[in-house]
Design a protein around this ligand. Structure first.
Ligand code: SF4
Length: 332
């Protein structure tokens, strides 16, 4: 049995204007110690998919489908049962540590609370474990820093504190929502290395949400590319980077700077993601896709197997027709 098995996950929000279908039929599995990258632009549905699994949707949100964690369905799970699992067996690192940490409480109070709640340990023992986790995420002078408030720490240190908090109870799955977006490039690289080390040391499975395929390349074994609330392409990371076959994936790759290429302009994807309150008919990407045909404007492509069940894509254009595109991409 996989550690996490998500089947036909749907998320919608009731608004004054319309019902926003933010996630439409997401499926994936996650094994012990595995890392899955969920990639896409803002509004693609990647964060809402994870928030739905953790019972953290906004009050106007509704999730359906199944997300089996060790055989227990997280979707629709009663609050009491969810509170037992969330922050303990399933943990989340949020995008912005400044707004996710409580500015009125010291790091010590925020960290020890997690352990006291889930592990039933004394305050003294909780503090000891919290300091040792801060040391594990390379916070210098951890015993001193633990007494400080979030505003006294740098952005990189606050992100490390968030990671330490998420790992305190040794979760089986760590959901990381753009964990490096707010950080400069050097600190980004340090945080990614830290996640790699922690995964190695603790055997944690990771679901990494990002808009950056470069981050996926360094950390993930499997990738799911989302756009307009749907999965566009889903396969192992090696296949995605060697043979991207979906126009949107290829667009993301062509927009990525590469160290092994000496110059040339990056090619962005023209236009903006769709307004999910009024999504376009047909393929959600057709208004921005250079390969779109008439069929694309009317008929949404189904997610189909390219090769076995491990490489899926949703596109009317045959994989063969995209070969030249990915060859162009491979030397961009
Ligand atoms: Fe482009 Fe059509 Fe494929 Fe959508 S289905 S990605 S519009 S070619």
């Amino acid at each position: 049995m996989p550690l996490l098995e998500v089947r036909d996950l749907q998320v919608e929000f009731a608004t004054h204007d319309a019902t926003v279908r933010a996630v439409n039929g997401v499926n994936f599995t996650l094994e012990d110690g595995e890392t899955l990258g969920i990639v896409g632009e803002s509004g693609s549905g990647k964060s809402q998919s994870v928030l739905a699994m953790l019972g953290l949707l906004a009050s106007n949100g509704r999730a359906s489908g199944t997300a089996l964690y060790r055989g227990e369905n997280l979707i629709g799970m009663p609050h009491k049962a969810m509170n037992r699992i969330r922050g303990n067996r399933l943990s989340m690192i949020f995008q912005d540590p400044m707004s996710s940490l409580n500015p009125y409480l010291t790091i010590e109070r925020q960290m020890t609370e997690v352990l006291e709640l889930h592990k039933n340990v004394t305050r003294r023992e909780a503090k000891k474990r919290a300091i040792s986790m801060l040391e594990a995420v390379r916070i210098p002078e951890a015993a001193h820093r633990i007494g400080q408030y979030p505003h006294e720490l740098s952005g990189g240190m606050r992100q490390r504190v968030m990671i330490a908090m998420a790992l305190l109870c040794e979760p089986e799955v760590l959901f990381a929502d753009e964990p490096t977006t707010a950080l400069d490039v050097t600190v980004q690289a340090q945080i990614l290395q830290l996640l790699r080390n922690l995964q190695h040391d603790f055997g944690t499975s990771i679901v990494l949400i990002t808009h950056d395929l470069g981050v996926v390349a360094g950390l993930c074994e499997k990738v799911m590319v989302m756009y307009g609330g749907r999965v566009m392409e889903q396969c192992d990371a090696a296949t995605l980077f060697a043979k991207p076959s979906h126009p949107y994936t290829i667009g993301l790759l062509r927009a990525l700077p590469r160290l092994d290429h000496d110059g040339g302009e990056l090619t962005g994807i023209p236009g903006n993601p769709p307004n999910m309150a009024h999504p376009p008919a047909g393929c959600p990407f057709h208004e921005r896709c250079a390969d779109a045909s008439d069929q694309c404007a009317h008929e949404a492509p189904a997610l189909q197997a390219v090769h076995g069940t491990h490489w899926l894509r949703a596109c009317h254009r045959p994989v063969e027709a995209m070969k030249t595109r990915y060859q162009e991409t491979s030397h961009v």
